[in-house]
Design a protein around this ligand. Structure first.
Ligand SMILES: [Ca+2]
Ligand SMILES: [Ca+2]
Length: 134
């Protein structure tokens, strides 16, 4: 009887430690979000989901304008930001368009989020930036 109880207590304690480790795991702690606000309205945002390096571009406002989210990386040798991948979203309904792109240690990345006229006119109305890394 006592043996059984001790075994169960040990299992419970182990599960507790695993749960605490899960909460503090950096895999979910470093997601990055950039909100693009235009004329006091949240028009869109871009997310980096650290777990799997997924990127999501949201269009939150049905205004006939789309949101383009671009992942850029800093190139030290040329002192320039270079585009890695981008996605355009003009749904306006809170859905997202996404892509996956590996974020590597030791590089500086940024998300460039632009409000655009439309799919055929890529002139940005407003752009915002957020720098991040792993
Ligand atoms: Ca990652
Ligand atoms: Ca829109």
């Amino acid at each position: 009887m006592i043996k059984k109880w001790v075994a169960r207590a040990a299992v419970t304690a182990a599960a507790g430690i695993a749960m605490i480790a899960g909460i503090t795991s950096p895999a979910y702690a470093a997601d990055t979000v950039y909100d693009l606000v235009y004329q006091d309205i949240l028009v869109g945002d871009m997310w980096h989901i650290d777990d799997g390096d997924k990127f999501r571009v949201y269009d939150w406002y049905k205004d006939g304008h789309g949101i383009e989210g671009t992942l850029q990386v800093w190139i030290i040798s040329s002192s320039k930001w270079a585009d890695k991948e981008s996605a355009y979203n003009n749904t306006g309904a809170g859905t997202y368009v996404g892509f996956q792109n590996d974020v590597l240690n030791g590089f500086t990345y940024r998300m460039k989020v632009c409000l655009q006229d439309g799919a055929s006119d890529t002139t940005p109305i407003k752009c915002g930036y957020k720098t991040f890394g792993e």
